[in-house]
Design a protein around this ligand. Structure first.
Ligand code: PMP
Length: 298
């Protein structure tokens, strides 16, 4: 599903077949969840080109995630971006998901490594949370404690928490989970950030207990341009339950509306909410549609 015999990946400086690539079964990443990764997306633009959205920001976060976990990062991001475009082309992909992964060598102890490895995989992208509006439940799992983890890093091990929360929600008949932080404030979804709207003002959890998403930052920029007021703050569950609308956002999820939280419906229909305008703007931005429209009117 992710690859076949003709799929290529970038592996430690070389382009190799995914089906022939090898990793070490004694690796620290596999055993302890000690690695970092990125979730990036490329789009076929309105002009028909392949464009990786905010590629520099993503590779910068990859580097910072590695630094946060004391993982050596010896690559030049410009080279990695070039290699990623090459892999996309070899795999004949334009609308794709891109997954760089930095993994550790064989090491069963907890001591620091002097080397690390990189793989960049690409596959065809299907909407991560689907395209339907979501029924969400408040998770019984909390997000990892920032005093126990480097929560701002995109570390492989953190995703055990995400998997547990998502599986719990699905087992109970919901589409996705919303997790609170250790202080009981609303935090984020297992793989996406959260916005809630009341009286046309958008609220999103402040950084500190969440992964500060690149999509979240993009949405704050879009809102500033559209004149939509945004406030980053601690948000209680009671504030969300009485709200007008809400959505999740992330590289894979893009902007996806939420119908209900814990079976309590949001007051506005998604199509009447500022979120649906933002959803459109985001799509135009990533596919460079706006740029194209501007060019056509010149
Ligand atoms: N929170 C979590 C836990 C995530 O895994 C993701 C996806 N990377 C996000 C938020 C959204 O981040 P981004 O917009 O950078 O994809």
């Amino acid at each position: 599903m992710y690859y076949n015999d003709n799929t290529f990946i970038f592996l430690n400086g070389e382009i190799v077949k995914a089906s022939e690539a090898k990793i070490d079964l004694y690796g620290q990443t596999l055993h302890y969840g000690y690695g970092v990764f990125e979730g990036i997306r490329s789009y076929k633009t309105a002009e028909g080109k392949t464009k990786i959205f905010k590629e520099e920001a993503h590779f910068e976060r990859l580097k910072n995630s590695a630094y946060a976990l004391n993982i050596p990062y010896t690559w030049n991001n410009e080279d990695l971006i070039k290699a990623t475009y090459q892999v996309l082309e070899l795999n004949h992909l334009q609308d794709a998901y891109i997954r760089p992964l930095i993994y550790a060598p064989a090491n069963m102890s907890f001591v620091r490594n002097h080397e690390s490895f990189i793989a960049i995989e690409t596959w065809e992208m299907k909407p991560f949370l689907g395209e339907q509006l979501l029924n969400v439940m408040t998770s019984s799992f909390e997000r990892p404690n920032p005093r126990g983890f480097k929560i701002e890093a995109k570390a492989t091990g953190h995703y055990v928490n995400s998997i547990l929360a998502s599986q719990e929600a699905k087992a109970k008949g919901y589409d996705e989970a919303l997790l609170k932080d250790m202080k009981g404030f609303v935090a984020e979804a297992p793989g996406a950030n959260f916005f809630v709207e009341k009286n046309n003002v958008l609220y999103t959890p402040q950084t500190g207990n969440i992964l500060p998403g690149i999509t979240r930052a993009t949405i704050l920029e879009i809102c500033a341009q559209l004149g939509i007021q945004t406030i980053e703050k601690n948000i209680t569950l009671a504030e969300v339950h009485g709200a007008d609308s809400a959505f999740f956002c992330g590289t894979a999820a893009e902007v996806i509306g939420i119908t209900s939280l814990d079976k309590i419906l949001f007051r506005k229909e998604w199509k009447d909410s500022p979120g649906s305008i933002i959803q459109n703007e985001y799509k135009n931005l990533v596919t460079e549609k706006k740029k194209q429209e501007k060019l056509e009117t010149v």
